[in-house]
Design a protein around this ligand. Sequence first.
Ligand SMILES: *Cc1c(COP(=O)(O)O)cnc(C)c1O
Length: 451
Amino acid sequence: MRPFISLKSIEERINGKGLEIDAVPLAQILDLDKTPVYVTSLNAVSQRLNKYKEALSIHFKQNEIFYAMKANFAAPILNTVSKENFGIDIVSIGEWRKALASGIHPNKVCFAGVGKKESEWKEAILGGLGNLSVEHLTELTEILDFLSEEKKLNSIAQKKLVVSLRLNPAVEVDTHPHLKTGALNSKFGVLFEHFCNWLNAKKMQFKNEELFLNWINPLKGIHVHIGSQLTENSIFPLVARKVLDCAQFMFENKIFVQHIDFGGGLGVGQNGVPENGEDIFSHVHFVCNAFKQESKKYPKLLSIWNDDFSNLFVCMEPGRSIVASSTIFLTKVLYEKRNSVENIFCYVDGAMNDFPRPSIYGAVHHAELVNYDNMNLSKNDLNIFSWNIVGPVCESGDFLAKNALLPQIHKGDVIAFFEAGAYCRSMASQYNLRELPSEIFVRDGNITDIF
Ligand SMILES: *Cc1c(COP(=O)(O)O)cnc(C)c1O
């Protein structure tokens, strides 16, 4: 299922009449002659953002959804996020600049990232950044030093800044190895034990407690993001305990955590997402309930957060689950070739540089023949074959699908790949000096932007 996308039966997919996205018929999109092209329903993006907000608001009065823009940083998507008053999660200074240019208030930006340059965090802090996640203790020291200098200089920019420690909870989650971020063998975040040692050493170094507390004051949050494309969340009670242990340790050192960020990571399968956003509701409820349940064992923390958590700010940073199913990738058939009965190739005008997830991650994206010419149709054509859909790039690794089950294909037919909104266009490259793929944005029956 894909909200705002309707696909008719194979017999009806003639001359652009079988597919509609956000009430725009495929024929209208194909008239623009832009393939390979990504087509995005902006209503689908809005709907998913609002589901998160609704679900998180049920649990925590103070909350925020930061859309992780690395999943898809197209301007119309960022404008939608901005207009609907959501926050943005960024991981580079390029993303910072683009977020601001899209009208996002700097205070609604959360800057994470495992290898920030000093020039990057300085630019963002001085520009009024609201939330900064640190992933190294050296980085944390340097940032706190910088902030205490700034305070002395009476700069106002950093007043509202919340610095969070990105905790590596050292848990194993079930996802692709490249998508794990919260395990011992992961480069992300800081281990609790390392943080404890660091804090104790810093306290000793300062000697005077008041000076120390003043210095460390901007550190008010804990952030965890344990991985991407997570398909089960049974690990969350354990993650919640790790967060709470850290908050408790901070409490005992008079550092009062006011801000907890549960990261993103909700996965999207090959069949898309439910029309009613039920996947988001159940994920958010599970994470929040696990956290609230575990919190009961930490009465000291509840004494600062209140029993109804009204004194705690809770946020999430979804990327993939917001945009994945909002977008289809359309590519046109160039040729076919049959090397043997088992090895049938369909050459299309899109390639690994345009649509990289299959070749990088071995990701499987559902493919459909969505348009063909009436003239080509014969009864025989509706038999299904197992196709290797490949692009024009000079690499054996250049494929978009292996063993995709589709009918006979002819030159000029159009194949759509689904769940193409996240980590697809944003990972596109110009390998082979190919042009970057086009993008079309639609909403309420209108094409709003063409790139
Ligand atoms: C990538 C990333 C996200 C988003 O992850 P999704 O799997 O797309 O939801 C959230 N937070 C941080 C820190 C990230 O790096």
